[in-house]
Design a protein around this ligand. Structure first.
Ligand code: HEC
Length: 102
């Protein structure tokens, strides 16, 4: 195997190893409308008590959700409860959905 083939193979393996959820915005929208919109607003606009989610960066959103799930963030019990209902794929999808809003 020559060097070029080997590095191509390593690159392919690295890609395959990365957790790749093909985020599904439509599925995320469903979750948002079913379990998040009551507090965060129909378009994720938020209000005095509930933060705005529309346009939030996916990495920041995902970190917030995993912090609620782990208990690292626990300021709001209802929010923590809502987060704990979601799988990692659900979080990826709902994060992708809110990132598409403004
Ligand atoms: C009962 C009301 C309620 C529901 C339902 C709810 N949230 Fe929240 N959410 C809150 C409140 C209140 C906060 C702020 C609490 C805090 O500062 O930790 C929050 C914070 C967040 C944050 C962090 C925002 C930031 O700026 O750091 C994210 C992300 C989030 N919610 C996503 C969701 C998603 C996704 C759902 C649906 C699965 C959901 N929330 C359902 C009330 C709710």
């Amino acid at each position: 195997m020559n060097k070029l083939t080997l590095s191509a193979l390593i690159a392919a393996l690295a890609l395959a190893a990365a957790p790749t959820y093909a985020a599904d915005v439509a599925a995320g929208k469903k979750i948002a409308e079913g379990g998040c919109a009551d507090c965060h607003g129909e378009k994720g606009e938020g209000d005095d008590e509930n933060p705005k989610l529309a346009g939030m960066a996916v990495d920041k959103f995902t970190k917030a959700m995993t912090d609620y799930q782990s208990g690292a963030r626990n300021k709001d019990a209802k929010m923590a409860k809502a987060a704990k209902k979601l799988s990692a794929a659900d979080v990826a999808n709902v994060a992708a959905y809110y990132a598409t809003l403004k």
